[in-house]
Design a protein around this ligand. Structure first.
Ligand code: SF4
Length: 363
């Protein structure tokens, strides 16, 4: 299996242990216990990290730190994206300075997305949903790669001199002009919060799925080569990616694979009824052998998003395994939970407008 990670392609990880060994990602087990107020730590969804110790120290000892994340605006905001939004909000509650990038240039270069359309998607899909999920305007810097401050562009240019073409090839594989420009923009996105104009050197954490690790490795290497900036290599957390409704990847380009957070609650929640389950071929078999929650997308949705209470989740798992719970009833319950969540979320989206405007103004 080719385990080169491709931030612009499709990455499905079969063996996380092997991946961590290969790319030098450390286990997040000790932080899963320490920060169990975040469901993604508590349930082991955040499985790995780089230098998260610096961030843990900052949180526990009330030192300054920042969180940076980016989105490539190319389609609807779905349940798979919600994970990053929840992480942003969690870091904001832990007093991080929040930096959120709308990677519209990357979207233009790699997905052929017109800049004005990318801008609309970034605001109406991503930022509006972030606010509806709980993002506050305090300490938030939000920018478009196509429209930001000169110090950021200067940093992207200076970073270009600190890496060779062959190093880029080693990290990303076959290169195109679009990939090179996107990679260097990512370096600017990740490192610029440490420029004096943006708060100066301090620990910065970037929560990502494993597919984004190449950008982290490049940014960390360049941060230690840049002279005179005193940058601290950025930290990262790595989360497992949620499966699509039919298995495989949850992708904005496949409406059958995702639950949209901006769509009609009834239509979206109905999709659960035809999702891939870990159920058996017949009712009799399921009653006798039980289902397989580990292979079930419905269970995964509850595990990641819909069942906050650990006891309730454990009950669902054991009832499934014992054959007491059957897929029809289980899917119906999950679909109802989702519809309720989406209906409330829609109301919050309508109320989000003023805060979204405020965030856009304070760039
Ligand atoms: S009973 Fe529920 S959790 Fe178990 S396999 Fe069926 S849908 Fe999945």
């Amino acid at each position: 299996m080719d385990e080169r990670l491709d931030p612009w392609g499709s990455v499905e990880v079969a063996d996380y242990e092997r991946l961590m060994k290969k790319f030098g990602i450390e286990s997040a087990v000790k932080y899963q216990k320490k920060f169990n107020d975040l469901i993604y730590f508590r349930r082991g969804i955040i499985f790995g990290h780089r230098d998260f110790g610096r961030i843990a120290d900052a949180i526990e000892n009330r030192k300054r730190f920042a969180m940076m994340t980016g989105m490539m605006p190319s389609g609807t905001f779905h349940l798979g994206h919600k994970m990053v939004a929840d992480e942003i909000i969690w870091f904001q509650k832990k007093k991080a300075d929040i930096f959120i990038c709308a990677a519209d240039i990357e979207s233009y270069l790699m997905r052929d997305m017109p800049l004005d359309k990318a801008r609309k998607i970034a605001i109406e899909e991503y930022l509006t949903n972030y606010v509806a999920l709980g993002l506050k305007p305090e300490n938030v810097t939000f920018w478009f790669q196509s429209d930001y401050k000169k110090e950021y562009y200067r940093l992207c240019d200076i970073a270009a001199k600190e890496v060779t073409f062959n190093e880029l090839k080693g990290i990303y594989g076959e290169l195109t002009n679009g990939k090179i420009i996107s990679a260097l923009k990512q370096v600017g996105d990740i490192l610029h919060p440490q420029l004096k104009e943006f708060g100066g050197p301090r620990p910065v954490v970037v929560p990502v799925g494993t597919d984004q690790d190449p950008h982290l490795r490049l940014s960390r290497d360049i941060s230690s080569r840049l002279q005179g900036f005193n940058m601290i290599p950025p930290s990262a957390t790595y989360h497992k990616l949620m499966s699509g409704l039919q298995g495989g990847k949850m992708s904005s380009s496949k409406p059958d694979s995702y639950i949209s957070l901006s769509g009609n609650p009834k239509t979206e929640s109905k999709k659960v009824l035809s999702a891939k389950t870990g159920g058996r071929a017949t009712l009799e078999e399921q009653k006798k052998l039980g289902g397989i929650p580990e292979q079930c997308v419905v269970y995964e949705m509850c595990f990641y998003h819909l069942v906050e209470d650990d006891k309730e989740l454990e009950e669902m798992r054991s009832d499934c395994k014992s054959g007491k719970l059957l897929c029809g009833e289980c899917k119906k319950k999950c679909s109802e939970k989702l519809e309720k969540f989406l209906a409330e979320h829609q109301k919050k989206r309508v109320e989000a407008g003023k805060i979204v405007e405020k965030i856009l103004k304070q760039k």
